[in-house]
Design a protein around this ligand. Structure first.
Ligand SMILES: Nc1nc2c(ncn2[C@@H]2O[C@H](COP(=O)(O)OP(=O)(O)O)[C@@H](O)[C@H]2O)c(=O)[nH]1
Ligand SMILES: [Mg+2]
Length: 644
């Protein structure tokens, strides 16, 4: 494939701004997917994506487009454009990306595989917090291959979407975009993913504005340099790596090696995405496709690694930063025999989601399990849901927590060194107050974009979440009615951001407020451990770390929530919240009054009394054995935001 006829680009935007719908129309215009197989947001192929209507994973797809216009190269130089359009076929490799902040690692990886991005802004919403974040990522993302070290980021094509909507405010949003990018208004394109308006024009602009890939090794035989930007696992074919070829070419049967991990393998198949995997003879430089490796061991292929030839290898391309987990939760098999199964399941999940991490841990009463790191609460929800669905595992999942760092009173406890801090990932490992000298917790820098009229409400929830409001900037055109928006710069404890802040922001701004954040510094925190006891025993999975100021409310919330979720047992059950060494909240769940004498009509009273005595004894026995049955969905429900 001639490099001049390839364009690689991604679509980036805030969530719901119409990326996947725009991709649908591109797939139609280019006849990539047969009409009978077409459906809304066809690139969202995971069951969970379709159920929730969101994109979770990036999805590459190769389209062929016949341009009625000659390419800029042909127009000038030796082929002057003389009025008659000459058809040219272009290969357009598109990567659709998720917009939710928890999945921004997908966006950053996709950016390294492409030369340009469509920055989509919803004309009914305007620029939102994730618009800023994804734009910043695109600007910072350096190229791979020959473009390595290039200071300038990706070519950005600003596009305003949903122009068909009666709520569209095209001219106001245009002004916002002009300010944001410091670009000329004429550079901004308009599309509707619903009607298809502007889509063909957009494809032609992609061809004009996004640079074709380049390689200094064109024509050199027997070399390969490909960046792994994603992968998946197949039971039959092992790991399938998704690659952007920067130099050389690859075909079936080639002997290859991962430059970083050093593992050798043979390419069992190569191909492109249509969007499902479609076998091809070979993949050449500038192309995006996949290589089937046959590798079944986990932990060998990783995103950011480079695939090169075993003989005559080329140096590795710059890879990816491993993302920092934001929340942690531990998973334990309900049945200890499932431990190996759980380990296998996590290994496989990791091969379809490189942003999630796990490490073995054991906890006295919960047994052996894994401590897992996630990029946010939605990420955690999705992964635990997948574990349940795809692997049919019954799990105990602990209350999610952020990381804390503790300096103990007793210097010998501080990781063996005076003054050293110990990281605490799990609330049930959080030390008693009397042992703590100082606690440190992460803070975030957040940007909130909101219509000005909601500022008052936002200040209220910020206050409630210990937020420190910094600068406030007007955003967009003040004279415009709906464009009257502000951007707030806020600092707040990560703990408070995770305490349902996203939902509260959405509901207090009728859905118009948006937020993005990054982890900033560690600060001293004023927090303590809250335990939940069932039948006088601490259930470690329900322990959480809370602000000392909120400990009473949190205890009450946890106890009430558990009371509403726990099924009735055969006996009465105490549910208690404990902090600062004492019980601060308590409820009693009354037992099932199963009258064992009900089937005896009349009869003799002493027999009835005997039976009741027997029943009492039975209950007592069960209680003593601590056999309170906590079903798996109670753990899942307790885990989801502690508020409801
Ligand atoms: N009116 C209108 N609605 C659109 C358009 N594009 C997308 N939508 C709707 O906006 C919502 C989000 O679309 P989606 O493509 O999933 O957004 P994504 O999160 O950016 O991928 C869906 O309900 C779409 O039906 C458009 O051009 N016009
Ligand atoms: Mg989408």
């Amino acid at each position: 494939m001639d490099l001049k006829h390839i364009r690689n680009f991604s679509i980036i935007a805030h969530i719901d701004h119409g990326k996947s719908t725009l991709a649908d129309r591109m797939l139609e215009v280019t006849h990539t997917i047969p009409e009978r197989l077409m459906r809304d947001q066809v690139l969202d192929s995971m069951e969970l994506e379709r159920e929730r209507g969101i994109t979770i994973k990036m999805q590459p797809v190769r389209m062929e487009y016949t341009s009625p216009q000659p390419s800029p190269e042909r127009r000038g130089g030796t082929f002057p454009f003389q009025g008659k359009a000459e058809d040219e076929v272009f290969v357009l490799n598109l990567i659709d990306t998720p917009g939710h902040v928890d999945f921004s690692y997908e966006v950053s990886r996709s950016l390294k595989a492409v030369e340009g991005s469509i920055l989509l802004v919803d004309s009914t919403q305007g620029v939102q917090a994730q618009t800023l974040t994804t734009l910043a990522m695109a600007r910072l993302s350096k190229g791979g291959g020959d473009a390595e070290g290039l200071e300038a980021g990706k070519k950005i094509i600003p596009v305003i979407s949903k122009i068909d909507s009666p709520l569209a405010r095209v001219s106001e949003v245009k002004e916002e975009v002009v300010k944001l990018l410091n670009c000329d208004p004429s550079e901004i394109l308009l599309v509707s993913g619903r009607t298809g308006e502007g889509v063909e024009n957009l494809l032609q602009e992609v061809i004009k504005r996004v640079p074709a890939p380049t390689s200094s090794l064109v024509g050199v035989e027997g070399v390969l340099r490909a960046l792994i930007f994603d992968f998946k696992y197949s039971n039959h074919r092992g790991v399938i790596v998704f690659v952007r070829i920067f130099d050389g070419q690859v075909k079936k049967g080639d002997n290859l090696i991962f430059a970083v991990s050093g593992e050798k393998f043979t390419a069992l198949q190569v191909g492109t995405f249509s969007p499902e995997e479609t076998m091809r003879e070979s993949l050449g430089s500038g192309e995006i496709g996949y290589i089937v490796t046959g590798i079944k061991k986990p932990g060998i292929a990783s995103v950011g690694d480079t695939v090169t030839k075993f003989i005559n290898p080329l140096p590795a391309l710059a890879g990816y930063m491993q993302p920092m987990p934001v929340v942690w939760a531990s998973v334990f098999p309900e049945d200890a025999d499932d431990f190996t199964l759980l380990r296998l399941a996590l290994g496989k999940l990791k091969l379809s989601d490189s942003s999630f991490s796990y490490e073995e841990e054991s906890s006295g009463s919960l047994g052996r399990g894994f401590r897992c790191g996630f990029l946010g609460m939605l990420h955690l929800e999705i992964i635990t849901e997948r574990l349940k669905r795809e692997f049919n595992l019954n799990l105990v999942i602990t209350t999610p927590s952020i990381i804390y760092e503790v300096e103990y009173n007793n210097p010998s406890l501080n990781s063996g060194q005076v003054g050293k801090r110990e990281k605490i990932y799990s609330p049930y490992h959080f030390p008693d107050d009397s042992n703590i000298k100082t606690i440190f917790e992460p803070w975030v820098n957040a940007k909130i974009i909101t219509p000005v009229k909601y500022l008052g409400n936002i200040m209220q929830i910020l206050f409630d979440h210990e937020g420190e409001v910094g600068e406030t900037e007007n955003f967009g055109d003040l004279s415009a009615q709906a464009g009257n928006r502000a951007m707030l710069l806020v600092k707040m404890p990560l703990r408070e951001l995770m305490r349902n802040f996203f939902d509260e922001l959405k509901s207090t701004t009728s859905g118009y407020g948006s937020i993005s954040y990054e982890i900033a510094e560690m600060r001293e925190g004023n927090v303590t451990r809250l335990d939940v006891l069932v039948a006088d025993e601490v259930v470690p999975a329900f322990s959480k770390v809370v602000s000392k100021k909120r400990v009473e409310i949190e205890a009450e919330n946890s106890v009430l929530k558990l009371e509403s979720l726990l099924p009735r047992q055969m006996f009465t059950l105490k549910i208690q919240g404990k902090a600062f060494g004492r019980i601060i909240s308590s409820r009693t769940l009354s037992g099932m009054k199963k009258d064992v004498t009900a089937h005896m009509y009349g009869g003799d009273i002493t027999r009835k009394m005997k039976l009741r005595e027997k029943q009492k004894k039975g209950k007592k026995k069960m209680k003593e054995r601590g056999q309170v049955n906590i079903p798996q969905d109670v753990f899942l429900k307790m885990m989801r935001s502690g508020e409801k």
